[in-house]
Design a protein around this ligand. Structure first.
Ligand SMILES: *Cc1c(COP(=O)(O)O)cnc(C)c1O
Length: 384
């Protein structure tokens, strides 16, 4: 356990709320899902077979916030199931936000995490939108660092992937009538994930434009990573996959004409020397990868435009790509709209997409200089 004096204040509160750390308490675990959530030692992991699903790790971070709105210092505890009241606000009313970020091992065996300050800030904004007490930014960042450090053995070897981190802020207190929860839990758990592209070609994705369903609307919650935004896209995504597409592109809810984004990543198109992406107007998720790509593209001399991008214009682009922590930079092979299919770069990766992918992954993995100071080195001196 963490040996800092402040961390010792929290355990009782953390455990009372979540049950985390009481490994012997199997009978109270939801669905007795032990087999799934029981972590393997890192030494038993086949790094070439990890994929993108959950590979549980040994530890997670837990902090709690009571009625007074004060956050506990939190602590690293063994990974395990939570124990919640059936009346927990998150279960009944979806009061929760999450984040997604990645840590990488460098060739010098250092651990780097990409722009955690941005995730901390976005989590704060999201928590305010969902009427939850924000996790102090320094607590958020410390929690992420401690989680990486406690699970250092689970960060894949160079070139074989990354440690995906999932910070999660949820209303865990019981409440029957609609209202904010009386108490909250902030967790960070993680899972090693493969890199999408192990050497070789990036795999192009085939998108279909959705004209009936919308992901978000003006004034809604589309710009937060609130948990309720994700299940509604599944119906549409599953149908697209059944038809052979990789994912769905959403249009704006007002005019059904301008691109918003894909189910869980942002969208860019390239025409000549101009790189365009839909402007952030409240219904699009402000991606940290998106923001980074905009800065990198401008520095390379591209004209970067954040504005309304119509689907007609996109069908005529030179290249298109999607961005997000999970997919990094994914080339779009084709877009299908009203029965018409636009093919980009003959299904191969376009030069701009490839350059953006190479530069971003190079920085994240410590292979090229990080001139903007985006990476944060994970200290190795946490005492766990
Ligand atoms: C998380 C997410 C993104 C990508 O954001 P990053 O910060 O780049 O990971 C884009 N769109 C949606 C809907 C998302 O949930």
């Amino acid at each position: 356990m963490l040996s800092t004096p402040r961390a010792r204040v929290a355990p009782r509160a953390a455990r009372a709320t979540t049950g985390a750390g009481r490994r012997g308490e199997g009978s109270r675990r939801i669905g007795r899902a032990r087999a799934v959530s029981e972590p393997k030692p890192a030494s038993e992991i086949d790094w070439n077979a990890i994929g993108f699903g959950l590979t549980p790790t040994s530890h997670m971070f837990v902090a709690t916030c009571d009625l007074g709105g004060t956050w506990s210092a939190g602590e690293v505890v063994p990974f395990g199931n939570l124990s919640l009241s059936p009346a927990a606000a998150v279960l009944n009313y979806g009061q929760g936000v999450f984040e997604g970020m990645k840590a990488f091992r460098t060739k010098d065996d250092e651990l780097l995490v990409f722009r955690p300050d941005e995730n901390a800030a976005r989590c704060e904004e999201g928590s305010l939108r969902m009427s939850m007490p924000p996790v102090p930014r320094d607590l958020f960042q410390q929690a992420v660092m401690k989680t990486i450090s406690a699970n250092a053995d689970y960060v894949p070897p160079v070139g074989l992937g990354s440690l995906y981190l999932r910070p999660l802020l949820i209303g865990t207190g019981a409440i029957l009538g609609l209202g904010p929860a009386p108490s909250y839990t902030f967790l960070v758990y993680c899972s090693p994930v493969a890199s999408y592209f192990k050497g070789g070609q990036l795999t192009p994705i085939d998108l279909t434009v959705e004209e009936t369903y919308h992901r978000a609307a003006p004034g809604g919650s589309g710009s937060t990573k609130c948990i309720g935004n994700y299940s509604p896209v599944l119906k549409v995504q599953l149908e697209a996959k059944r038809q052979g597409f990789s994912d769905v592109m959403y249009l704006d809810a007002r005019e059904n004409k301008y691109i918003e984004e894909v189910s869980s990543c942002n969208f860019f198109c390239v025409k000549g020397n101009t790189i365009s992406t839909p402007a952030l107007q409240g219904s699009i998720l402000p991606g940290i990868t998106r923001k980074s790509i905009c800065e990198m593209a401008a520095a390379r001399g591209f004209k970067v435009e954040e504005r309304n991008v119509s689907i007609e214009e996109v069908m005529d682009a030179d290249e298109c790509f999607c961005t997000g922590t999970a997919v990094v930079v994914a080339p779009v092979g084709s877009i299908t709209y009203k029965g018409k299919k636009a093919q980009f770069c003959d299904g191969k990766t376009g030069p701009v997409t490839q350059a953006m992918y190479d530069e971003l992954t190079g920085i994240q993995q410590g292979r090229i200089p990080d001139e903007r100071g985006w990476n944060v080195k994970v200290p190795k001196d946490f005492h766990l």
